[in-house]
Design a protein around this ligand. Sequence first.
Ligand code: HEC
Ligand code: HEC
Length: 322
Amino acid sequence: MLEEDLDNCLAAMLKLNRMAPLVEDIRAFAARVRSEQEPAMVELGMRLFHNKSLSASQDASCSSCHHPAIGCGGDDLSMPVGINAIDTALLGPGRSDGVNEVPIVPRNSQAICNASLWSRGLFWDNRVSLSPDGVLRTDSRDVTNNTVNAVGPGSLALLIAQAHFPVTAPPEMGDITDFGYDDSVDENFTSYREDILAASLDTAAWGALFTSAFGDPEINFSRIAQAIAAYEAVQIFIDNPFFEYVEGNLEVLNAEEKRGAITFMSRDAGCTFCHKGAFFTSEALMAANYPQIGIGTDASGSGADLGERGLWGLEPSVRLLC
Ligand code: HEC
Ligand code: HEC
């Protein structure tokens, strides 16, 4: 295609994809989510997110695998290393537990930035999910109830529910049964989160921060999860040259980039079949046809790590791309 035709062609593609109103929507959503978070809550959440006290083994924090400065809240590793790192302060390439050639965490850690833009589910298999009519689902009724009691099905419900799980995932933040905790009487780990973990945060050190965020110094796990969610929610990065182009600044992309955008949206490449709209996703579960790296969680051994959920329930329209 001639260079002088690129803008017209791209304009037609953008129209077909309704890109202008979708960019407007995503900007409005981001502005609302950012403005709704109180600075004191974000501050508390930031301190909790980067603190190893939430780990049973006291050696991993959320940021061990999701550092804002690495890959937009990831870790730049195919498979993360949580507990037992040789150097607990080393993040990203080189981080190792020295024992396992194949890391014991089964999946790649997702980037945290823009996580508040997901409306249907979190985790690779959407096992924390919101139905279109706003019903929250998780693996644990206690977590679901705890979240709904705290915020209802509000906009941060997914993040708040999600934040309950890493602290009880043995390879991520430690095996709580190693510390004499009897999980046979508390299979949802609720009393571990409340009576051991939340109680272990020293009121002298944390009380003032909880008071600034919640009005009183009580420390419980739903508050911990709410604060972490608020911190994650403000990490929205959507300013980019493509959006500026969509908004009318035709100079901001070069010819190669315009060709790339056209190809991306063309039927032949088919990228927008799955990477739709201004968030570039249909939010559906899709098994891509490449081999699984890492131990995965898929008992069927299909090589497409959708866990249990990909195959039933949430996403009946799963397609294998073969
Ligand atoms: C050992 C590394 C590790 C640690 C520590 C860890 N995570 Fe994760 N995180 C992961 C992995 C791996 C996934 C994907 C898991 C899956 O899909 O089964 C994930 C997924 C997530 C997601 C979902 C993102 C999305 O787009 O769906 C959020 C949010 C998240 N983690 C937040 C946290 C928080 C909050 C903490 C601390 C309480 C934490 N993580 C601790 C590795 C880690
Ligand atoms: C059948 C659905 C599907 C199609 C078609 C598809 N993708 Fe993807 N793509 C995915 C899924 C699912 C993921 C994330 C999961 C994963 O990495 O396993 C992904 C991830 C990506 C990522 C990594 C994003 C990130 O945040 O790390 C890029 C880049 C990407 N795709 C580009 C493309 C391009 C370019 C095309 C067209 C040539 C394309 N995709 C077509 C489903 C698809």
